[in-house]
Ligand binder design. Structure first.
Ligand SMILES: [Zn+2]
Length: 419
């Protein structure tokens, strides 16, 4: 039987379709609330008959680093993606890290495709599609597309066309739960039609940014995704659920965002232009979070501030959990040093760190309390399997620290004995 080697892991050939779903922003609190409220019959069955644990995700707890950890089975020190942006110290330019050229590892999907497996990658936001589809041969029935651009799919670019007809849903709005539901509906249809060996389905966290666990909209969303997970299991797939990161309430008692505007503090202390704060959560979707997250990087560019002086200043600020120099943060969280700042700053669960107040557009946040992610407190994520783990794997999962980037390994190698 063939096996696939990637980043030190030997993946066996899947015995039946394996579907890994990344519930973007899927904090364990949503699952636990939904199970208490009795609205997740399929997940409840997976938890009872399969496997459930809360695992460690990648820090910073952002979307791209965690998606890349999941699809490469490795931490950012290996795959290179540690945020949406980093500062190129040589040019002073902020470099976008969401393209496939900066991804340093092959993906599990591409490795299986090269060995002759049929694979699919479907994501909500198109910004993730090219990175997830890196190196994926789209000629032999493999597919890679986003629900955002589902109306533009071509055989050459995506390995599939007429996706709206296939799924039977209109093109979803960028700020809707349908953007994620479309991904899952497409996954169900592909499973019926193609029975791929492996699928990766990555959702969007718009609902979790705007709605706390137990809220009517959050519950409706979870009820509807649960239904899709049930359909996938019914079609004979091993269904594995995880998340890229959790989600924390980051507002003060009066409802305003609880923000440390770090660039303003550093400018007052060291002078304007001496340091550069980069918020690696920044993307085009400011209505989700106003580019405010729980992890920022500081580069010393002017020569006045030293990393140690910044650390001593920042550690005393309320809302800051820790400030670490490059070497320490890379060692603790397995990050690539060449894309790390001189100082990494992590927020407490109830706070976010920004750059300068003038850099953040908070107008999209007025409709709800700020909920966001990025720090270590949002790096605890669920890992749920529809099938029981083999005893050796169950012991392994219980004894060591379980990492969410092991989810493909667990689903492919760990469930072979399950009926
Ligand atoms: Zn995310």
């Amino acid at each position: 039987m063939k096996s696939i080697q990637l980043n030190g892991v030997a993946y066996q050939w899947p015995q039946r379709p394996v579907v890994v779903v990344c519930i973007d922003g899927g904090d364990p609190a949503y699952i636990e609330q939904g199970l208490r409220d009795g609205i997740l019959p399929n997940i409840a069955r997976f938890v009872r008959d399969g496997f459930y644990a809360v695992a460690d995700g990648t820090v910073p707890s952002f979307t791209c680093p965690n998606n890349m950890s999941i699809v490469t089975g490795a931490p950012p020190a290996v795959h290179g993606i540690s945020g949406n942006f980093y500062l190129d110290a040589a040019t002073g330019e902020a470099v976008v890290m969401t393209g496939p050229e900066l991804l340093r590892s092959q993906t599990i999907l591409a490795a299986f495709a090269d060995a002759g497996a049929k694979v699919g990658s479907i994501t909500a936001k198109d910004k993730l599609r090219r990175q997830l589809g890196k190196g994926l041969d789209l000629a032999r029935g493999n597919v890679s597309f986003s629900s955002e651009h589902a109306n533009r799919c071509t055989l050459a670019e995506n390995g599939i066309e007429n996706v709206l007809e296939l799924v039977g849903m209109p093109l979803p709005d960028m700020y809707s739960m349908e953007l994620s539901l479309f991904v899952l509906a497409a996954g169900v249809r592909l499973l019926e039609r193609e029975r791929p060996h492996l699928m990766y389905l990555s959702l969007t966290d718009y609902i979790q940014h705007k709605h706390a666990p137990g809220d009517d909209v959050a519950n409706e969303f979870y009820l509807r995704i649960d239904e899709k997970f049930g359909q996938m299991a019914e079609l004979g797939a091993v269904v594995a659920l995880t998340a890229d990161h959790g989600m924390s309430d980051k507002s003060t008692a009066d409802g305003r965002p609880n923000v440390v505007f770090l660039q303003d503090i550093l400018d007052r202390e060291f002078g304007a232009g001496d340091t550069r704060v980069i918020c690696p959560i920044t993307d085009a979707f400011v209505r989700h979070h106003g580019a405010l997250g729980g992890f920022v990087r500081v580069w010393c560019v002017g020569g006045r501030a030293s990393p140690q002086a910044i650390i001593e200043l920042v550690r005393r600020i309320p809302g800051i959990a820790e400030a670490l120099d490059r070497e320490s943060v890379c060692a603790r969280y397995q990050l690539p040093p060449d894309r790390e700042g001189d100082v990494a700053v992590l927020a407490e669960a109830n706070a976010v760190v920004g750059a300068a107040e003038a850099d953040h557009d908070l107008s999209g946040l007025r409709d709800a309390r700020l909920r966001s992610h990025g720090g270590a407190t949002e790096a605890r994520v669920p890992v749920i399997l529809s099938h029981r783990l083999d005893p050796a794997w169950q012991r392994r999962a219980e004894s060591g620290v379980l990492r969410s980037h092991q989810v493909f390994e667990l689903a492919i190698n760990g469930t072979r004995g399950a009926a």
